[in-house]
Design a protein around this ligand. Structure first.
Ligand SMILES: [Zn+2]
Length: 330
């Protein structure tokens, strides 16, 4: 029987467990909404979908990989802090191992897992220097350098979302700083640009209706349709996105930067605007040498990467020999 693993994408409002095979294909998935964010409630939701996935698997399941938001110690599987859940030092890996003692368990940061997934099974294949940026509610990211996932001293490498690009004039970020890349250039950032520019478009109906129902998609569509308010918001957003991307190039000089998340659905409409803006801001690296492309695994990147990490015994971009595969959180 082919080998596979359970890949879990744990988010603040939703958990998904998928059966993932060695080539990164998902055969089946189970999902559960999360409203109670206490560790015991989240753990119950998580074990429910994991158990369903194990039962449904037609593979020889070797492990369970979990991508979770926040700062995660991938050796112990402890979530050191997670603003999404309001958690500190929750030993998630240990508890999952207790519930599923037959399996290797790996817990890592969701964005690092997505980076590994996109690198091993998506658009990052074939390069040694790769960065992923997921433009969703926030900006998640990760770096592959020299063919390995960069983790940093305290697992903080790749937190591109919280470098400030507009510290004087930007939006307040969820982390408390002003003008973080995430506050300016995530899907939420696009909406905020539209609100900031609204006084210049008094006849615009773009922001009519309840604010909680307004998504970045409406603004992106308006921009694509040539509606002036949408175009202005999208252009402001692209300026900020390009600022951050040029910084990423200065930090880690990737060969490929992949953009994922809802906003990246705009495809060439986004990329054609952003590429020249990034080039104009690139100084110490030959211009135009970093390819900026769309990520290919979409929302599945995190689960695929987490499963890959479980199969490999860690966030290894190259599979280590079987004998050296250690069991995290065992
Ligand atoms: Zn921030």
């Amino acid at each position: 029987m082919a080998e596979g693993a359970i890949g879990v994408d744990l988010g603040g409002s939703h958990v998904m467990a998928a059966v993932v095979d060695e080539i990164g294909q998902i055969s089946t998935r189970f999902e559960h909404d999360i409203s109670d964010r206490t560790p015991s409630a989240v753990f119950a939701a998580l074990t429910g979908v994991v158990k369903a996935a194990i039962d449904a698997a037609k593979h020889d399941v070797v492990g369970i990989g979990i991508g979770a938001p926040g700062n995660v110690d991938p050796v112990s599987g402890t979530i050191r802090f997670s603003p999404n859940f309001g958690w500190e030092n929750v030993p998630l890996g240990e508890r999952v191992k207790e519930a599923f003692p037959r399996y290797r368990v790996f817990v890592g940061n969701d964005a690092r897992c997505a980076t590994l997934g996109e690198y091993v099974h998506g658009v990052g294949q074939g390069t040694q220097e790769f960065s992923l940026l997921t433009l969703g509610t926030g900006i998640g990211g990760g770096v592959i350098t020299g063919g390995n996932v960069a983790l940093g001293y305290q697992m903080g490498a790749g937190e591109f979302g919280h470098h400030q690009i507009r510290p004087d004039t930007g939006f307040v970020c969820s982390c408390g700083k002003v003008g973080c890349f995430e506050a300016q250039a995530s899907g939420t950032g696009l909406i905020r640009h539209a609100f900031r520019l609204a006084p210049s478009f008094p006849r615009s109906t773009l922001l009519d209706g309840p604010r909680e129902r307004l998504g970045s998609k409406a603004i992106r569509k308006a921009a694509q349709a040539g509606i002036p308010h949408g175009v202005a918001a999208f252009n402001a957003f692209c300026d900020d996105l390009a600022l951050g991307l040029a910084n990423v190039i200065a930090f880690v000089n990737p060969e490929v930067i992949a953009l994922g998340g809802g906003v990246s659905s705009a495809g060439d409409f986004l990329l054609d605007r952003v590429r020249p803006l990034v080039e104009a801001r690139t100084t110490m690296v030959p211009r135009g040498t970093t390819k900026i492309v769309r990520a290919t695994l979409g929302n599945d990147a995190g689960a695929v990467g987490a499963a890959t990490a479980a199969m490999r015994g860690g966030l290894f971009a190259q599979a280590p020999p079987a004998s050296s595969r250690d069991v995290s959180a065992a």
